[in-house]
Design a protein around this ligand. Structure first.
Ligand code: ATP
Ligand code: MG
Length: 362
């Protein structure tokens, strides 16, 4: 997908392809592969989601059957005492989806808590996974550390990879567009799939594989961690021009690049990481890098270029999002329709798994 073109003097306005055409007809999709992704309803979506997953989903919806889950139950796994954070963000996430071009006529957008098969499958799968295996999951391990749970890890948090396995398998998904932080979840899902198939004696569940995007982990503006909703280090897709300016001005660059004429380092310099991710004129970015490395290009200039670039990316999304948020009833209707379809789509898998455990008396 074309983002924007950064030109030497000024960024040319070039709007994103906003394909949220709610009336477009469903395409005739032939592929047997199915896509499942989702986002925790813990905040509005950010630039990390955009380059890490959303852009890819907008493309994939034309090629595959795609289901996107607003993961409200998973959002509760570290917000059990603050559920309002989750419930108040459900429509924010739906609006972000539609604003970037996810089309509910092509993609099933559903609410995790309103598809009971997902919770039911999680309970069956939980019997096949040991606590020590959950504790070994590298993503869960590092999240537990960063969230400073100490010894009070919520059981729901430790077991969320099981719930993700339920989400993926419930819809027969085989391709999962994710950031690289999610790769251990895919591995754990496939372990569960193999165990269930072993018990069933026949392959009732399908294994899945990840689809990594060109930017699988966008760093936060301070460069210290990945951009994340929960860490307050994100540039949102709904950010105002002022928010963008402030975030870019505070961005981490090369601490040893003190004067404009000093040679600077591009690697680990967040401004260049973002230019790589968001500026489509790659030759221009390469020329900037060469100049920065040689000396003679100030951080003020690179930040001004990036700011203009990000404003071009975000502005049309933000405008569309504002229109969508003005009609919340429509957002609820879209989510409800997708959720009803998701309930139908997941019922066969649940029945098959229950049967595998011999729990099909009636
Ligand atoms: P939270 O802080 O609540 O966990 P988050 O910002 O990490 O929120 P998630 O809802 O956990 O977002 O992630 C949803 C999807 O977006 C996942 O596939 C994840 O890999 C991807 N994603 C999230 N943050 C980034 C990022 N900084 N760069 C690339 N992809 C990302
Ligand atoms: Mg996360």
């Amino acid at each position: 997908m074309t983002l924007i073109t950064c030109t030497k003097n000024k960024t040319q306005p070039q709007h994103l392809a906003q394909s949220s055409n709610l009336d477009s007809p469903p395409s005739s999709i032939q592929s047997q592969e199915k896509i499942l992704t989702g986002d925790r309803a813990t905040g509005a979506l950010h630039l990390g989601h955009y380059v890490g997953s959303l852009q890819q989903r907008v493309q994939l919806q034309h090629q595959y059957q795609q289901t996107i889950l607003v993961a409200d139950m998973q959002g509760l796994t570290d917000n059990g005492h603050n559920p309002g954070k989750v419930s108040s963000n459900i429509l924010n996430v739906v609006a972000d989806y539609l604003a970037v071009g996810i089309d509910p006529n092509l993609t099933t957008i559903c609410l995790q808590s309103a598809v009971p098969a997902l919770a039911e499958l999680s309970m069956y799968y939980a019997n096949l996974v040991s606590i020590s295996r959950l504790e070994r999951n590298p993503t869960v391990k590092s999240e537990i550390q960063s969230k400073a749970f100490g010894r009070s890890i919520p059981a729901g948090f430790l077991t969320y990879p099981i719930s993700q396995a339920a989400d993926i398998t419930a819809f027969g998904a085989t391709l999962i567009p994710v950031g690289d932080d999610q790769l251990p979840m895919i591995e754990q899902t496939n372990e569960i799939v193999r165990k269930v198939n072993g018990i069933a004696g026949t392959p009732i569940l399908r294994e899945c594989k990840p689809l990594l995007s060109h930017v699988s982990r966008l760093p936060s503006t301070d460069g210290k961690s990945k951009m994340s909703k929960s860490m307050g280090n994100a540039i949102l897709l709904s950010a105002s021009d002022k928010d963008i300016r402030q975030a870019v001005r505070a961005m981490y660059t090369d601490p040893n690049h003190l004067r404009v004429e000093d040679p600077g380092q591009v690697e680990g310099n967040v401004v260049f990481t973002y230019l790589d991710a968001f500026c489509t004129d790659k030759a221009y970015v390469e020329a900037l890098k060469t100049q920065y490395r040689a000396g003679g290009l100030g951080d003020g200039k690179t930040k001004a270029i990036l700011e203009s670039c990000l404003q071009e990316v975000i502005r049309p999304i933000r405008d569309r999002r504002e229109e969508l948020m003005a009609d919340k009833a429509q957002l609820v209707a879209i989510l409800k329709a997708g959720t009803e379809k998701a309930r139908d789509d997941s019922s066969d898998v649940l029945n098959n798994v229950k049967s595998a455990f011999g729990l099909n008396l009636f």
